[in-house]
Write a protein that binds this ligand. Structure first.
Ligand code: BES
Ligand code: MN
Ligand code: ZN
Length: 482
């Protein structure tokens, strides 16, 4: 149940009435005695009184109570449900008695609970831990109400796919190379009726994918380009999602210094988000076509690796002088963007852990959004905000374009340091087909949580951007986008 901060002290949030009755209406007083204030992140456990069909009652803080007549902020509900789910790790089943009066609230509570219950334990043989919360029920949700039912189904499908992305991100690079990643997409394709095509290193070389080949050639595990397509027979809109899938980023010959490579298994978070979003969209059967493109490679400094100074001939035909092999994400994305553009989708959204500069600009809690269309950038930002995915619109300043001119090739893969995240965006723009609406999400900050868990966000892979992509597809399906 939920406790909020009211003007005159803590108060119960809607949904807790039955629990309060079992406490003879004294639940707030009991919680106050224990020091509970209703602050966000707070969790207080009580032994359940008779009349409550559970062993314990857990009160979670919802932060400031809304003004009279206003509903609770959906992100506050997601976060509180996530805090509760984490506090209940090891419990078989829990009933969430939080505000759940309408479908949006039901979806928020279920989503927060299912995302908060995530744990990555695949590699723990000792103290394999308590395991995560097993089953979630939302009190107040009406299973026979069509809208409530759809909301619960959405929460279940989307949360499972965010958790799929988290699993992929957390899997160490020795177990998830480009080939293994592609195999997982093929298996999911069979399960969910998606068309999956995989270009291996031979096909990539033959097809002229100089960017993907150039990045992958220093590794013992060769690169892949995966196309995973969901089609709806009645769709009149097609979206393309493009993900950066560097299964490990050592920097290549421009090797990263110690302290900068321990978390670089996360450099495929964009591809994981795209893959997970396409599966979620298929599970929901949205009336839209969505094609995911996963640019998979391992960036390593092997004897065959691309050297600083080498020139790559990209899939689009442009030539790129590689000044820094650690600016590899833009090289694999360039080929995938050019290839995706050939199918002239209504819009392209790429997702990438692209630059440290974006982390410096926005902190590690939000992704940057760049686009070749101001309205589309605003739409993506509004969409992300509604999902509780913190982000911020960033510009693509034309003055910075010349900073990656090359004396040798058409362009270089690096410009100056100031504005490094925007320069990467400008580089990608060069490979987006003429007239195609495009947005670029630089998720280098929020993709991987190096700190402790909070709200419904675990330590490690977060699965950021999955819910934004699914929501964009849902709007496209309902003719509310583009
Ligand atoms: N994968 C990194 C970016 C990154 C940094 C992701 C921190 C997550 C956390 C990317 O490939 C990279 O190395 N970018 C360079 C570009 C530079 C060489 C122009 C960077 O940001 O330093
Ligand atoms: Mn890099
Ligand atoms: Zn990288």
């Amino acid at each position: 149940m939920g406790l909020a901060k009211g003007a005159k002290g803590p108060r119960l949030a809607p949904g807790a009435e039955a629990v309060d009755a079992a406490f003879d209406g004294k639940l707030v007083a009991v919680l106050e005695t224990l020091g509970a204030s209703g602050a966000e992140g707070e969790a207080t456990k009580l032994p359940a009184p008779s009349g409550v069909k559970a062993a314990i009652v857990l009160a979670v803080g919802l932060g400031e109570a809304p003004e009279d007549g206003d509903g609770y902020d959906l992100e506050a509900l997601r976060k509180a449900a996530g805090v509760a789910a984490r506090a209940l790790a090891g419990t078989k089943k829990a009933a969430f008695a939080l505000p759940a009066a309408d479908a949006a609230e039901v979806e928020a509570v279920a989503t927060g609970a299912l995302l908060g219950a995530y744990a990555f334990t695949a590699y723990q043989t000792e103290n394999g831990g308590k395991g995560s919360l097993g089953e979630v029920a939302v009190v107040g949700a009406k299973p026979r109400d069509k809208e409530h039912k759809a909301a619960a189904e959405r929460a279940t499908a989307v949360s499972a796919e965010v958790n799929r992305a988290r699993d992929l991100i957390n899997t160490p690079s020795n177990d998830l190379d480009p080939k293994a990643f592609a195999a997982q997409v093929q298996a999911a394709g069979k399960e969910f009726g998606l068309k999956v095509e995989v270009l291996d290193e031979k096909a990539l070389a033959k097809g002229g994918y100089g960017g993907i080949i150039g990045v992958g050639r220093g590794s013992a595990t060769p690169p892949r380009l995966v196309r995973v397509a969901y089609k709806h027979p009645k769709a009149d809109r097609t979206l393309a999602f493009v993900g950066k899938g560097i299964t490990y980023d050592s920097g290549g010959i421009s090797l990263k210094p110690a302290g900068h490579n321990e978390t670089m298994k996360c450099d495929m978070s964009g591809a994981a988000a795209v893959f997970a979003a396409v599966v979620a969209i298929a599970k929901l059967g949205l009336e839209v076509n969505v094609t995911g493109w996963l640019a998979l490679a391992e960036n390593m400094p092997g004897g065959n690796a691309t050297r600083p100074g080498d020139v790559l001939r990209m899939y689009s035909g442009k030539t790129v002088e590689v000044l820094n092999t650690d600016a590899e994400g833009r090289l694999v994305l360039a080929d995938a963007l050019a290839r995706a553009s050939e199918e002239t989708p209504d819009a392209i959204v790429d997702v990438a852990t692209l630059t440290g500069a974006m982390v410096l600009a926005l902190g590690d809690g939000r992704f940057g959004i760049m686009a070749n269309d101001d309205d589309f950038r605003a739409a993506v930002h509004t969409t992300a905000l509604a999902q509780g995915e913190d982000s911020w619109p960033m510009p693509l300043p034309q003055q910075l374009r010349k900073t990656f001119d090359s004396p040798t090739a058409d362009i270089a893969n690096m410009g100056v340091r100031p504005g490094g995240g925007l320069i990467a965006g400008l580089f990608l723009r060069e490979f987006v087909g003429e007239g195609i609406t495009w947005a670029h999400l630089d998720i280098a900050g929020p993709a991987f949580n190096e700190g402790g868990p909070f709200g419904y966000t675990p330590k490690g892979g977060t699965g950021t951007a999955v819910r934004t992509l699914v929501s964009l597809a849902r709007q496209a399906a309902e003719d509310e986008l583009l």
